[in-house]
Write a protein that binds this ligand. Structure first.
Ligand SMILES: C[C@H](O)[C@H](O)[C@H]1CNC2=NC(N)=NC(=O)C2=N1
Length: 112
């Protein structure tokens, strides 16, 4: 099986059903324990802490690079020493495989 981190996001402009709760729960097993599935099953979120702003922004820039390369973009909350990411697929109002592909690519980033 090709790991999520090795896959590429597919363009999504609607017209497909969001993942069911069962499908989302199955994909949760393929991302790190940092990620939490929202109670409504429509998004995933994670929070990381960093020792200072430099390390925070290094991570944020790496995430932005993934998002641009995959054309799939998280909501980000950033401050001194922390970053929170929330992924969902706006075009379908819920989760798609793209959200889990990006989450797995974020998991693969080096932590500094
Ligand atoms: C064509 C392209 O896939 C879409 O415009 C993308 C861009 N980035 C996106 N990011 C997210 N999170 N959800 C989307 O539906 C979305 N749509």
């Amino acid at each position: 099986m090709t790991s999520l981190a090795e896959q590429r996001c597919k363009p999504c402009e609607g017209g497909v059903a969001p993942l069911t709760l069962d499908e989302a729960q199955a994909l949760m097993k393929q991302v790190s324990g940092d990620w939490q599935l929202a109670a409504d099953g429509k998004s995933i979120r994670a929070e990381w802490k960093f020792r200072n702003f430099y390390h925070t922004m290094s991570f944020v820039n790496a995430v932005a690079h993934i998002a641009n390369a995959e054309d799939h973009h998280p909501d980000m909350e950033v401050g001194y020493g922390y970053c929170r990411l929330n992924f969902n697929t706006h075009a379908i109002g819920g989760l798609s495989q793209n959200d889990f592909i990006c989450a797995a690519k974020v998991d693969a980033l080096p932590r500094t």
